[in-house]
Design a protein around this ligand. Structure first.
Ligand SMILES: [Zn+2]
Length: 139
């Protein structure tokens, strides 16, 4: 089966002066994002089973002194924060893949202008052009 015309690489937006996307370049980005999504899902699965194991431990060791209990709490929150970040990354990665399939990959989600191929090759998950990203960071 061939790709639908709307998702063909050459129709994706690029910045002035940039060459259109080639199928090989788009395949490269898609492959990278897919591999990343697999890795992130594994990481989330591991973090979740660690958190579950720790919860079981803390129930089993209910007699701990306070300092010990609070350091365990800290560890648990740290793990939760990591898995939250990982989840966010996974969402961004999946979002980028959806955009590739929808043929909207490379359109800035804020101003609608091309993000630029060079930027996407460096940051495949980018959803904002450099200007919008900088504006967002200044806020
Ligand atoms: Zn923009």
């Amino acid at each position: 089966m061939t790709a639908a015309p709307h998702s063909s690489a050459a129709s994706l937006p690029v910045r002035r002066g940039e060459e259109p996307w080639t199928e090989a370049e788009l395949d490269g980005v898609r492959g990278e994002l897919k591999a990343e999504a697999v890795g992130l899902r594994e990481e989330i699965g591991q973090a979740e089973s660690q958190i579950a194991a720790r919860l079981r431990d803390s129930v089993a060791e209910a007699g701990d002194d306070e300092a010990d209990a609070s350091s365990k709490l800290f560890e648990r929150e740290h793990e939760l924060a990591i898995s939250r970040n990982t989840r966010e990354l996974l969402e961004q990665t999946e979002h980028a893949l959806e955009r590739i399939e929808a043929g909207t990959y490379g359109v800035c989600e804020s101003c609608g202008k091309p993000i630029g191929k060079a930027r996407l090759l460096a940051f495949p998950r980018a959803t904002l052009c450099v200007e919008c990203k900088q504006r967002q960071e200044r806020r």
